[in-house]
Structure formats: C-alpha cells, structure tokens
Design a protein around this ligand. Structure first.
Ligand code: SF4
Length: 468
C-alpha cells in the first residue's frame, strides 16, 4: 500500500484546473478538481489517500511546501492546466528535490503535448491521459508499468505513451467525496450546500472547433454505477449534485434512463448540468425537472449564425431562443456561456451578443474571452494566421486580457466588450432585484455581497494590455 497525495497546487490566482479545462475562477466560485475526485475512488481501494486543495484552503506556496515536506508520502498526483502550468511545475520541481515521491500529473495541455513536456521536465514521472481508467493502479503496482495504456510514463531514458481508451462504456469505484473540503466549495446557482460533483458520461461527441473536447472520445458511465454513487452521496447527507458531464443528454437514452431511475428510487437530489440547446425539448426537460433538475447551463457562444457555423457549434440562433423560452416556461433556471472576440466577430456582432443575453433572459451569464486552447482547431488557425505564436502556452478564457486580435476586433475592443457585457447584464436593476428576492438565508446574502464586491472590482479595475 502506498501513501498517495492528491494535490491541487497553490497558485497566484484562484486557478481551476480540472477535467481538461483550466481557467481563473470567476467570482468566489470554486469546486473540487474532478480528476482528483475520481482518482480518490480508483486509488483509495488499494492505497492510503490524502487530499490537499491548496487553492480553496488559501495556502501560500511556502505553507503548502512546508506541509508536503512534513508528510510521509510515496506518490504525489497533481492537477495542472494551461492557465498555470509553469507556476505549477516550478512548485512541483521544488517538491521533487525535497521528497523522493513519484510525481504524476493530469491536465488539459498534457493530453496533447504530454510526451514533449515529459522530455523537457525530468521531475515528472507520469501523465494520466484518462483519469476514469484503472491503469494508474497497474503503474503504481509495477513501479514503471508494463502496460501504460491511458498514461505516459518515464522508463529510464525513454518516454512511453500508451494507447488511449476506446471503450463506449465505463464504471469507476465510488469517488471519496468526504476526503475533500466540501463545505468550502460553492457555485452561484446551487440550491443546497454542500454539493457533490458526479460524472454520468466522459468526453463529448460534438466537434466545436474552439473546444478541446472535440478530441476527447465520448463514453457513458453504467447507470447502476452512478446509482451506487448516489447511494453513497446520500449516506453522506449531501442533497445537491452538479453533473460534471460536458453535455448531459449527449446520449439521450442514457441520460433519460438515469432521470427515470432517480424518480423511481426517490433520490430527491436537486441538481444542475451542462447541455446543448439543440438537445432540449419539452419531454426531456420535463423529465429532468421531475428528477430534480433546477438549472441547465447552455453554450450560446455567439449571436451570429455564421460564427456558430464557422466553429461547427451545430446549433441555430432560433434553437437558442426556443430552448431558453422552454426552460423559462418549465421554471428551470439557465446559465448561458458566451465567447467574446471569436475571429469573424466585429463591434456590431458583439453588441448583438449582449442584446441576445438580455433577450433570452438567462438567469446567469458567463462571458468568456476567445482563447485558442491547446488541442483545438482554433489554436491551429490562430497560429497559422499569426495571431499567436506556437510558444503561446499560458492562457485563460475567463477573466484575463485577450490574447488575440483579428481584423474585426482589437484586443482593447474585445476587453471593452467583455466588461460591457458583464456590466450591462449584471448591473440591471431588474436582475439585481430578482437575485435579492431569491435569497433564502443570511448565508446566501453574504455570498451575494461577496459576489457583488468581486464583480465591481473586476468591472471597474482597468486592465492594461497584460494580464495583471
Ligand atoms: S458541445 Fe460543448 S463540450 Fe462538446 S465540443 Fe462543443 S463546446 Fe465542447
């Protein structure tokens, strides 16, 4: 049995690095790193696990280093991402000099550049390419591993990249939710605290060209296995679930079967999920609501059909309007994701995007900045057009200054529209009143005040060309 530390490393900003996405946390919202959560179940049956989330615990690099230095640990598995990887690596390199532990990473850019990165950084012993598989157990058992499927491993001078899983269905040992500081995590739309993160399917079958999931094959989790996790979550007294699927309903039959089971087995969880406007209809949404769904998060991205088509989003503007209206009718709250500054957009289309956010009247809006993430066709385009260099490998789409400018929009304009969108959406008197009326406790009031302070700071503090 090995002593394994699952680590969310410290950072200069509140980085969120999980499930092949990384960005700076918006507002005061934060959730457990999903890779680590799943690994806690897979590894926890055979090994002794400790979890350290240095970001949510507010630990400085020095404090976190001292804490790890005092630990008796054989293996450190950490999450990283293109938002912070150089910072993460310098920390883990220092840890490796102090401890003899194996150092293993999971993160977005490593899916696409893991072997190259391992050659450059000898402190790294392995990279996990699919955190839902058990291959990491074999690797730890054999100290080097004969079968590095779903991993990249170091074997002496060699870097060996294993094959990636091609299964259509999977199951995982139940994640050890209780090892994470669940009371510290929060999201704006939750009905109850604490909440549990649960995966019902991995990857995404769609091909949106700005999203790294265009390259991550889709597989569904066995319904019985999900129900087993529900039983466990319920035994911990947790009543709220956030489904971490990239696209709930991507396999409609599977998702609706799960909803029926939730109703029949009286789980009574309240829950939310990410899905797509073209997958929603009255029947599926009604069933989801009966099963406890209170909020859906939907990618709108742009107000221009030609942009949605260019980036292969596969949805129509009309479908956006119909889906949001349907949610409103069924009293399901909505969060809409938008991208500001995609190539092809111009000042007029960005004003249309802000108007669309008001028109669909979503309950929450997430305005992100076009960011050519590693592993996307958008990045290939950005390099070939000279918008970024191949060396551009640190990026954030949530609240950092734009990286690219195109014929239609300068970086200054992209930033200006981002700030304008946030301001126009969140500072509407009607919106603020709605949020205040919805408050059910003093705790929610405190969260709203903290959220407000954050937004005012983000909106009114000027940025000056660099992410500062
Ligand atoms: S549907 Fe969502 S997760 Fe899937 S590729 Fe498109 S943007 Fe990415």
């Amino acid at each position: 049995m090995k002593k394994i530390l699952l680590l969310n490393p410290p950072g200069n900003r509140p980085y969120i690095r999980d499930y092949y996405c990384s960005h700076i946390a918006k507002g005061i919202y934060y959730w457990p790193g999903y890779d680590l959560l799943v690994l806690s179940g897979i590894l926890g049956k055979e090994h002794q696990i400790e979890v350290l989330d240095a970001i949510i615990s507010g630990m400085s690099r020095e404090d976190c280093f001292r804490r790890i230095k005092d630990m008796d640990v054989d293996v450190i598995i950490f999450i990283t991402g293109s938002v912070s990887w150089r910072e993460d690596f310098s920390f883990l390199e220092k840890v490796k000099k102090e401890k003899k532990a194996l150092i293993i990473a999971s993160g977005d850019f490593l899916l696409f550049q893991g072997s190259k990165i391992m050659k450059q950084f000898p402190f790294l012993d392995a990279v996990i390419l699919d955190f839902t598989t058990r291959n990491i157990l074999d690797f730890l058992d054999e100290e080097g591993g004969k079968n590095p499927d779903n991993l990249i491993i170091r074997n002496g001078e060699d870097i060996i990249e294993g094959n990636r899983s091609k299964t259509k269905e999977f199951e995982i040992p139940i994640p050890r939710h209780e090892l994470f500081p669940l009371n510290k995590y929060t999201l704006p739309h939750l009905k109850k605290h604490p909440f549990a993160s649960v995966l019902t399917a991995f990857g995404c079958p769609y091909q949106c060209l700005f999203c790294p999931f265009q390259q991550i094959p889709f597989k569904t989790r066995k319904v019985e296995n999900i129900l087993e996790e529900f039983d466990y979550i319920r035994s911990l007294g947790i009543k709220e679930i956030w489904f971490r699927d990239q696209t709930f309903l991507a396999n409609k039959e599977h998702s609706l079967k799960l909803c029926k089971e939730m109703i029949e087995k009286n789980f009574f969880f309240s829950w939310s999920c990410e899905t797509r406007v073209d997958l929603l209809n009255k029947d599926s949404l009604s069933l989801m609501k009966d099963a406890g769904c209170h909020t859906v998060m939907l990618g709108v991205e742009s107000a221009r059909q030609e942009i949605l088509d260019r980036y292969k989003k596969g949805i129509k503007i009309d479908q956006i309007k119909v889906a949001f209206a349907l949610c409103k009718k069924l009293k399901i709250k909505t969060l809409a994701h938008f991208i500001i500054g995609l190539p092809g957009e111009d000042e007029e289309s960005q004003r249309e995007l802000i108007d669309l956010a008001m028109q669909i009247d979503c309950d929450y809006a997430s305005f992100n900045i076009a960011s050519p993430q590693i592993g996307t066709t958008f990045r290939d385009q950005a390099i070939s057009e000279g918008w970024i260099s191949e060396k551009t490998d640190i990026m954030d789409s949530s609240c950092s200054y734009p990286l690219i400018e195109t014929k239609g929009l300068s970086k200054e304009k992209v930033w200006m529209f981002h700030q304008l969108a946030v301001r126009k959406f969140y500072l509407r008197p009607g919106f603020l009143w709605k949020r205040i009326c919805r408050l059910k406790s003093i705790k929610e009031g405190i969260i709203l005040i903290r959220e407000g302070v954050y937004f005012l700071r983000e909106i009114f503090l000027p940025k000056t060309g660099k992410d500062d």
